[in-house]
Ligand binder design. Sequence first.
Ligand SMILES: [Zn+2]
Length: 584
Amino acid sequence: MTPKEVEAEMQKMQRMYPTYVSQPINVGTTRQGRHIQMWCVTKDLVDCDKKGRPAVLYTALVHAREPATLACVLRFVYKVLEEAKSKGSTSYSAHLLANRKMLLLPVANPDGYAWNAATSPRGGGMRRKNGLKSCTSSGNSANDGVDLNRNFGYKWAFDSIGSSSRGCGEEYRGSGPFSEPETQAIRSVTQKHRPGAILHWHAWGNDLAFPYSYQWQAELSKAELYLFQEYAMEMTARNHYASGRAWEVVGYTTNGEADDWGWGAEKVPSFTLEVGSSRDGFWPSPSRIAPIAEESIWPATYLLAAAGPQMQLDSLSVVKAVSATSAELQLTLQNNGQKEYWSKHNACIRTRGKGNVHSSGPWQVNNVGAACVKFDALKSRQTHTLPTVTVEWEASTQWAELELGVEQIGGSLVSTFTIRLRTDHSTLSSCDDRCICPQSADFHEISYSQECRAKMKIGSHCRVPKPARAGTNYANGVDDEFFTFTATEYKSGGSCHVGTSQRDTMIAVYADCSRVGGQQPVAFSNSEGHLAQVDFPCTSGHEYFLFWNAEYVPGRHAFSVTEKCSHNCVRAHRKRERLLRRSA
Ligand SMILES: [Zn+2]
């Protein structure tokens, strides 16, 4: 698609859905005089010129050579519009259009995109940056321009790892923060509309990144981390992209980056979705465009919902197994969205198929056999634990199926959750919140079972990493990899060392990792042009998690793990020594 074709496509969308899609809104003018155009999509175009309805800002083509991002934003918006039309006013899409606002910047870097279209009309243009003559006097080189995703005004030019002061550099950050009209446009839209979230589409990597990028030591508070981890987990529930802070998923630290600014300066949850795999690269084959775009629909939809109030089942636990065919459950709900609810809620739970819900205390059974309870309107991020409820199922059932509906009294939309509870002994007697399958489908469908842990992808998740041993280990370099290592030598005073024989490799070590993607590491090495190595204090018996990334260089990459005495060491007793002493 050329820039003109994009405009024609948006005009077509506007003609098809005139009450939902605005005319183009100029939000800036580029170095070469092109308009930076935004479209507003919401029912009856309410608040398109001002702050109001909860909004999400979506950008594509910030980097001009990432055209798959354009397909992603178009596919997503068409999907919401088409579904609202075909399924009617009670559909989820219709609800989103009536209660949320999408702000679209489908061509966030018009000059760079036009340069690629002009020099490589059949695709394959490799300019990433904007239209500034930063490298040649003609401005006619792929190396000209400012990397817009290094030009944002939070920790701009923090260091020269991942951003550059050289005009010809691929990551040239510009002459100052927000020196470029394209980043100024994103800033002014954000400050005018105060969106509940921002999503920047980029390519490639099959991952979802969140702040902070500028430094590995940059900490998110516990509440911030929960927010980002939770959103990231839900957004990647269907496409199984990796998620985490930018350096965890992309493999390097950067500064002047859009998400760091979105959260650091504006407190708007801001995400970067890197679509497509290493094989797809910047210009995927035409047959891959539709599947890549399809993978973006759910994360974009989830974020749109989360920009307003959004009900979610936060946790589920079996309080006690009453018998082999009944159990007492506790359910906690959360408004995990960015806005508060405005009226009381009514939650109703019933079994699907044969089975009963026994109500007691505050629960009241309604005329269709569901137990219902009312509670106060939830503020943004607030949780509410429902009184315990007893459910009963048929002896022959392996999974008890429950339906939980939560409505806002006086409101129209009911959030419905399907809960499948495994009825075997081990689930009922020993399960904790880890039993929830986090990646089954999305937050509306929850399975609770002891077997769920085993289903997680090996090596992709901290709970099921590959084992690493003292001595030499190997990584394959294709993807982010996780290893676990248990120290054995010193009860105190010991130090562990992880070293590579590979340049441009990133290593992070976590001491207590239940979920990688935002945890604070105990050691970190971001080696640009040198060998990565880290040292960290380690204690025998303790498990450490190693995160290893070689920027997608496939091969057999050796890394070593060694333990040594740092100072005042107390040696751990080995099992063998204990055995010897006992026999003596
Ligand atoms: Zn990019």
